[in-house]
Design a protein around this ligand. Structure first.
Ligand code: 5AD
Ligand code: SF4
Length: 464
């Protein structure tokens, strides 16, 4: 229930004009969450501004997954504090809110170190944001909301009113029960939870009515989705995707992030049988060494990953594979690293993310005594990234000469250009009329540039 009794607000410059500025770090799920925060605050009269100094509310939506997350937050907060002070001198009040996984993990520490912060709230409690803001406006002091509530935030979020374009994220599952040795997600996002099917269909339908053509289903373990169906049964991701594909206007469905152990045979078959399911799969392996995979608690071997990829490629030979790699997990020897390099060279990826291991407080790997030296991690990461970059370039070059459907999503960088995405998530631009934005057309790809592909619209093309 959204509390809209907002007439007593004291921090606004004018009763009717209130602005909100959201800074989003981290994963796509954070982008989704930030959009929903905007949806929550819109009924209260807040409009989004990209100018932080104009904002009555500044929200910093944080990520705790890697790097020096907490220090980064405090340094950004220092900047936001200056804005708050400057605005105060002008007689304008500003609410600073810290959201996301660092807020969840650090909670009170944030308020202690940065008392000018008004609200700290975790990923599971942002549906209470209007109420929290109201409490601040009533001068009841700063607010912490980092418990895992009994109610689900999804039951309290309003339907999206504005789509950001022709592609959208939709969170269908949150949290994780897998407890990989290196990962904070089970601690910051909580236990694995799937949203009910009908709520997802309603949200997807609304997005499509607003012009969305491609939806990326999000979840920390998205392929483990098992939500309550309208028929009273538990639906898996395949059944959900099949149902979503019947929504008028929806052309493309993607999903991320998947765990290899939840890649069911029926999901693999759907990549062959369900045309809306895009031939792109982000399937993190993290390491190619059985010893490290075991230490990471990943629950599968390298051989099992190879076999899985074989099965997927048999079902959908043109599938583009993507992955995540962690280099320098505690105990990773040079031979372990070589096994990762071998896996990369054997499988080949269309794209991949690779990271140096960074200890996360509270995780089991962080207390391991056999941490890998920093310069060793740097050298290994560089070696891996060189190969991954070459593989990505090769994958893109191999698209040259092919005719593929492109969903145009925006204007290109140069006059007369429009740009969009291939089924394999590649950026593609052509000379074309802006009226084609929001449509899918066949394009003959004829050049591979550094950051995108370019091509020509197939003549007489009608929207697909
Ligand atoms: N250190 C480095 N990388 C990490 N990831 C998750 N936790 C850590 C960590 N502690 C990476 C994993 C995961 C991706 C989202 O971030 O590769 O798949
Ligand atoms: Fe983290 Fe993914 Fe492992 Fe869950 S499966 S603990 S989200 S890395």
């Amino acid at each position: 229930m959204v509390d809209t009794s907002f007439s007593n607000m004291t921090h606004s410059t004018q009763a009717t004009e209130r602005f909100l500025h959201v800074i989003t770090w981290g994963c796509q799920m954070n982008v989704y969450d930030s959009n929903r925060m905007v949806d929550l605050l819109r009924p209260l009269g807040y409009k989004v501004t990209d100018k932080s100094e104009k904002a009555d509310i500044l929200i910093l939506n944080t990520c705790h997954i890697r790097d020096k997350a907490t220090e980064k937050v405090f340094s950004e907060l220092g900047r936001l504090r200056q804005i708050k002070e400057y605005r105060e001198e002008q007689g304008q009040e500003t609410i600073i809110a810290v959201a996301g996984c660092v807020a969840q993990a650090e909670g009170e520490i944030i308020l202690k170190r940065a008392p000018y912060v008004d609200i700290v709230f975790g990923p599971q409690t942002y549906h209470r944001l209007p109420k929290m803001i109201l409490d601040i406006a009533r001068k009841s002091g700063n607010v912490i909301e980092t418990d895992f509530p009994v109610e689900s935030k999804f039951d309290f979020l309003p339907a999206p009113e504005e789509a950001q374009g022709h592609t959208a994220f939709l969170t269908i599952q949150e949290g994780c029960d897998k407890f990989c040795s290196f990962c904070v997600v089970p601690y910051t996002r909580g236990a694995e939870e799937s949203r009910p099917v009908q709520a997802i269909i309603d949200e997807a339908t609304r997005l499509c009515e607003l012009g969305v053509k491609e939806i990326s289903l999000l979840g920390q373990n998205v392929n483990a989705y098992h939500g309550q169906g309208p028929d009273g049964n538990i639906w898996d991701l395949v059944k959900l995707a099949e149902k979503l594909s019947t929504i008028p206007g929806l052309k493309r469905i993607r999903y991320t992030t998947s765990h290899p152990n939840d890649m069911s045979d029926s999901l693999i078959a759907a990549h062959r049988d369900l045309p809306a399911l895009m031939p792109f799969l982000h399937l993190p392996v993290q390491s190619g060494s059985d010893r490290v995979l075991k230490a990471m608690n990943r629950g599968h071997t390298a051989k099992e990953y190879y076999e899985l990829v074989d099965k997927i490629k048999k079902a959908r030979p043109d599938i583009a594979l993507s992955s995540d790699f962690i280099i320098g997990h505690p105990g990773e020897s040079i031979d372990d690293f070589k096994a990762t390099m071998k896996l990369v060279n054997d499988i080949t990826f269309a794209m991949a993310y690779s990271f140096k291991y960074s200890p996360r407080p509270g995780t089991s790997a962080a207390v391991s005594t056999n941490q890998v030296l920093e310069n060793e991690k740097d050298a290994r990461l560089q070696e891996l990234q060189t190969v991954l970059k070459d593989q990505q370039t090769k994958f893109n070059q191999d698209t040259v000469g092919r005719t593929i459907p492109i969903l145009f999503t925006n204007k290109g960088r140069k006059e007369g250009q429009i740009a969009g995405k291939s089924p394999y998530l590649q950026a593609v631009h052509v000379q074309g009329d802006e009226s084609l934005i929001g449509q899918e057309h066949l394009v003959e790809v004829n050049e591979c540039l550094t950051f995108s592909l370019s091509g020509n619209l197939v003549k007489e093309s009608i929207p697909l």
